[in-house]
Design a protein around this ligand. Structure first.
Ligand code: HCB
Length: 217
């Protein structure tokens, strides 16, 4: 890793932590010009967003700052979407439904995961945020999905991940659809506890685990 790209990564990180959209977009352009891998750029922005979370928890930043940082992050990722390398076998892609569970409006991480899965060649149906459980179930059925990626960022909403798995079981769908959970409060232990097939700590790991779960090399 060159020291130049380390500097750009720091710029990306600082721009998010400084909740400055113009600086975020400028840093993204700089990173693109330096031919940095889009995944690396997103990871640097995501690290900045995690730091925003830490500062928010410590009372050093307030909700409006978090909202502006979140908006800047979303804008930065949008710029990168068109540059992400697309999977080669999109025509035979497995179908994946993603979304943030009901009662939870956090969608930055979920959207990154959806984008990276799409770029890996999967057909992704991103249902958005605060998604009613019935929408997940209906879409899994109507699209004949092989996997669902459930995002939850709060200790309250993560319970919905468990509920969705229970409903999938009740409806006889559990054998047909893999379930991956993610979001800050989730963990491998949580995934094991609620009977999910996988846990993605970040978007790169989510893609890797998806490839393994769906046996796509
Ligand atoms: Co929000 N919020 N928030 N928030 N928020 C958290 C999540 C807290 C932890 C902050 C805190 O208090 N310490 C907290 C939850 C506490 C808890 O668990 N009980 C919290 C709270 C309480 C709230 C409100 C209730 C605040 C209020 O109104 N008083 C409210 C929620 C209302 C609701 O949902 N009903 C709220 C609102 C907001 C916004 C709108 C200001 C903003 C969200 C904007 C948006 O998403 N469009 C926001 C944000 C940004 C955060 C923090 C600061 C950052 C979240 C984030 O975007 N992280 C967060 C603090 C934190 O998480 N430490 C804080 C960056 C992304 C890239 O990481 O973890 O989301 P990620 O995703 C990763 C990873 O988890 C994984 O891959 C992603 C990419 O690497 N992954 C998956 C995610 N989903 C996956 C699914 C898979 O299948 C696989 C992998």
């Amino acid at each position: 890793m060159s020291s130049d790209s380390e500097l750009v990564k720091k710029e990306l990180f600082d721009a998010i932590v400084g909740y400055n959209k113009d600086k975020v977009l400028a840093a993204v352009e700089k990173a693109k010009a330096a031919k940095m891998d889009p995944n690396e750029i997103i990871n640097a922005l995501a690290a900045g967003m995690s730091e925003v979370g830490v500062r928010f928890e410590r009372g050093k930043l307030f909700l409006p700052h978090v909202m502006v940082a979140a908006d800047a992050m979303t804008a930065g990722v949008k710029v990168l979407e068109k540059d992400m390398p697309k999977g080669k076998d999109a025509k035979v892609a497995s179908v994946i439904v993603t979304g943030t569970v009901e009662g939870d409006v956090h969608d930055i991480g979920k959207s990154i995961v959806s984008t990276m899965l799409q770029c890996a060649g999967y057909e992704v149906h991103d249902l958005g945020r605060d998604v009613p459980t019935a929408n997940f179930i209906d879409t899994i059925k109507s699209k004949n999905a092989q996997m669902v990626g459930l995002s939850a960022l709060m200790t309250t909403s993560m319970q919905v991940q468990r509920e969705i798995i229970e409903i999938l079981k009740e409806q006889g769908l559990r054998g047909k659809v893999k379930v991956m959970v993610g979001g800050a409060p989730a963990s491998q232990a949580w995934a094991d506890k609620i009977g999910a097939d996988g846990y993605g700590e970040n978007a790169s790991e989510a893609v890797h685990k998806t490839n393994v779960l769906l046996a796509k090399k």
